[in-house]
Design a protein around this ligand. Structure first.
Ligand code: G3P
Length: 275
């Protein structure tokens, strides 16, 4: 499974790439807002154009998803072409992110415009990551329309199921891949047959494998290392992971304890041998 970093923060991107485990970057308008405002708050004056170029240049030739914001097929396709034509020349690594549905609050019935836009961009040879996927059939439709990646939002499905069950939870809490069950093993929450975020990812993978669809399942909205592991176990092609979660993936208290014990045992002759 490939690992993408879900971030637009240059410091995080550079640090994560230095670990040698990152195969790409995903951004969205919320991530860009957070990181661009951080740079502005530091006093640096940089245009949005140059900021995006900086992300692309730091991606070490791996794919970078940039999202459109338009409410219709016409706008999304125009924005997708603009993003690709403007920025792909920087490092040849732009992927255009298109929501499976655009913002329906903006009026009109544009619910199929995501698919139309994917089709149009893909036919022009522009790689598309179809985002905001919450059902396997949305993923399937996006793949058929020509998306190179689909992004099921695992964490947000878990949030929805947890909210239905009531009680307090934090965004990063683990939610069981097998779904919440009662003492008899019966499911207590599902979304039309999807009983966890990882289950959504698994169903997308199963359908794509069964029909040999040429589209990668990019698990998104991941919140903790165990969820990432479970995405790998269900054979997701890619997981896009926030910086803090990638960092947590190499943590274990027994590793620290073990290294402290090894260091305490070092004899002077061994220490002197090493540079
Ligand atoms: O990859 C999509 C992601 O950025 C959304 O994550 O945690 O806001 O659901 P989250």
């Amino acid at each position: 499974m490939k690992i993408f970093i879900d971030s637009a923060d240059i410091d995080q991107i550079q640090e994560a790439f230095s670990w040698g485990i990152v195969d790409g970057i995903t951004t969205n308008p919320s991530l860009i807002k957070k990181s661009y405002e951080k740079v502005q708050a530091s006093g640096e004056k940089i245009s949005m154009h140059d900021y995006i170029c900086r992300i692309l240049e730091n991606a070490e030739d791996t794919p970078v998803s940039l999202e459109v914001i338009g409410p219709s097929e016409k706008d999304m396709t125009a924005q997708g072409r603009f993003l690709y034509e403007t920025f792909n020349r920087i490092a040849g690594n732009v992927v255009v992110k298109i929501p499976v549905n655009p913002n329906l609050q903006l009026g009109g019935d544009h619910r199929y415009d995501g698919l139309k836009s994917i089709r149009s961009l893909a036919q022009s040879g522009i790689p598309v990551n179809c985002t905001l996927i919450f059902t396997p059939e949305q993923a399937w439709a996006a793949a058929k329309a020509g998306a190179a990646y689909v992004s099921p939002f695992a964490g947000r499905i878990d949030d929805m199921l947890r909210k239905r069950l009531g009680g307090e939870f934090s965004k990063t809490d683990y939610y069981p891949a097998e779904g919440k069950r009662d003492d008899d093993g019966n499911l207590v929450a599902d979304d039309n047959g999807v009983y966890s975020g990882v289950h959504l990812v698994e169903q997308c993978v199963d359908i794509f494998q069964a029909y040999d669809l040429d589209c990668e399942v990019l698990a998104a909205s991941l919140r903790n290392p165990r969820q990432v592991r479970e995405c790998a176990l269900v054979a997701a092609d890619v997981s896009t992971i926030p910086f803090a979660v990638i960092r947590d993936m190499v943590e274990h208290p027994k590793t620290v304890e073990g290294m402290n014990a090894f260091c305490a045992d070092v004899v002077p002759e061994y220490r002197d041998l090493l540079p």
